[in-house]
Design a protein around this ligand. Sequence first.
Ligand code: FAD
Ligand code: DLZ
Length: 521
Amino acid sequence: MATAQASASRGAALVLVLGDQLTPGRGALKDAVPGRDVVVMAEVSSEARYVPHNRHKIVLLFSAMRHFRDELRALGFTVHYFSYTNQGPTTLLQAVQTILRQCDVTELRCCEPGEYRLLSELQQWALPIPVRLIADERFLCTRDAFASWAQGRKQLRMEYFYREMRKQYQLLLDDRGGPQGGRWNYDADNRHGWRSQETIPPRPPVILDEITKEVMALVSREFPEHPGDLEQFYLAVTREEANLHFRWFLDNGLRHFGTYQDAMADDSPWLFHSLVSMYLNIGLLDPLDVCRQVEEAWRRGRCELSAAEGFIRQVLGWREYVRGVYWLSMPGYAERNALQAQRPLPPWFWTGATDMRCLHVAIRQTLDLGYAHHIQRLMVIGNFALLAGLHVKSVCDWYLAVYVDAFEWVELPNTLGMALYADDGLMASKPYAASGKYIQRQGDHCKACRYSPGKTTGDDACPYNSLYWRFVHRHQDALKGNPRMSLVLKNWERKTAGEKHAIVAWANAELTRLVPETDTP
Ligand code: FAD
Ligand code: DLZ
């Protein structure tokens, strides 16, 4: 084979493996030969501090990197590994330059970074040897394939992309190549609220080996100002352990996953969610493999079709789709702010100190654990930021900092596009704006809240309600052309001038109280 021959005949390479590229035999490691090619990995402050990453994320990355180093060494590779110290390199470029002075190689190979920021940095590195960037084949749709799919379409919609992907990967198809059960999408069956009907079994216990303990001590010492309560560390740091966590989901979570996918529980941060995004994103789990295992579980009768389809749609559909949108639209995408949202992020986004129970719970668990499930990210925190008109870049930077699974290729389209509608509808066909009634329907937070979701104005009125109408009022011209918003706009128009005035005036006063404009974004 040409590539194998090329690989065999080329000179020795230095292979740079980034912290979210921990898959053997993939990317830059695909053609790497132990004994000839040399690997470099580095814990550096430029990556650990470009936003105040949650400490859980830094522990996950550093511990998983150190375990992967050992995995590669066991395969026979020479791995130069820089642990995080104040004396060591502070950037990846410095780490590479240090090793280049010590070994004789003819090129630097690196799998393309997942973030535009780092890709453009790498492309500007001036080194004595050429830098070869290798496509990231851990994704199921290449950047070029997504661009071809998107070309010429007036509107991009995940649903059509997802159907193509189902066909391409032969997932949940019947004998005639159609969707199992006759429908491509069972989303409508997956919108139950949480009424504490089910017991949620405990997750697998966390394994703290010496490597992880050492990294936890390091991170506590070096990153005291970052969020994250490491007393509650719950993450897998090896492939084997990540598989154990996924097995828990197959055995315990999947059968309820569809039903409670959109539910919110006051006393459970996870419900029946899989908790695998962080492992998929750093290369400990493989997206096609998890989808196939979920399909297999359904074929064995261990879950409903709606649960299996719901999970596969997230991984094969949404995950690939957001990455496609990111690379299609960067770098301009990060600057978009279609609704001109400028209000500064309130300081309580860093403490959770708000009386709105749903927001308090979602932000507190986000800061403490680095995790919130999709509906908390979209319909509680994101919805508040959308309704309040919080400054788009500040909100995106916050999301990038606080979640263990946050990498810009997945965070940005979800936050800027889906939650904040700042891309003018590229990601979402309408703004995900909702009142307190939605939050009440989906969960049990409101029972423990001082505000009432049934009221729009008055001291005990849920702030989401008046802010929702204020949002509709402020953006009615922009939303008029959107058929999916016509009912909402009609409902607003039906109100008398006096009612409208009272609601908007109340919302403005609430906003001034909740998000004072004096802080800088
Ligand atoms: P489950 O609910 O069990 O879903 C299974 C898997 O599907 C996830 O692990 C994930 O890989 C994938 N998935 C589901 N929804 C999405 C989506 N919208 N986009 C991409 N993949 C998806 N996901 C990240 O991985 N990193 C982020 O930084 C991130 N930021 C987000 C920001 C906002 C505002 C929103 C609304 C969503 C964001 N998501 C992000 C998507 C989603 O919320 C998380 O993937 C999910 O909550 C992770 O938890 P889980 O593994 O338990 O997911
Ligand atoms: C997220 C992260 C962190 C916290 N630290 C490192 C690091 O020290 N070294 C490294 O190689 N990678 C790290 N990463 C992951 C990178 O930020 C990631 O590779 C880029 O954001 C591209 O997706």
